[in-house]
Write a protein that binds this ligand. Structure first.
Ligand SMILES: [Cu+2]
Length: 55
């Protein structure tokens, strides 16, 4: 079973605008993640993506 953990969340983002999130690299290194998934709380089935982590 894949274990998922929330590392960071943004505030609500209004349509047509954007936001920037920051996370601690140590949180990623400790678990040796290859990628992080992100999604919209309101539209999790259609508004989602994946961030690949490379060196
Ligand atoms: Cu959405």
């Amino acid at each position: 079973m894949e274990i998922k953990k929330e590392i960071v969340a943004s505030d609500e983002i209004k349509g047509g605008s954007s936001d920037t999130i920051k996370f601690n690299p140590e949180d990623v290194q400790d678990e040796d993640y290859q990628s992080l998934e992100y999604y919209c709380e309101y539209h999790p089935d259609t508004m989602r993506g994946k961030i690949s982590i490379t060196q």
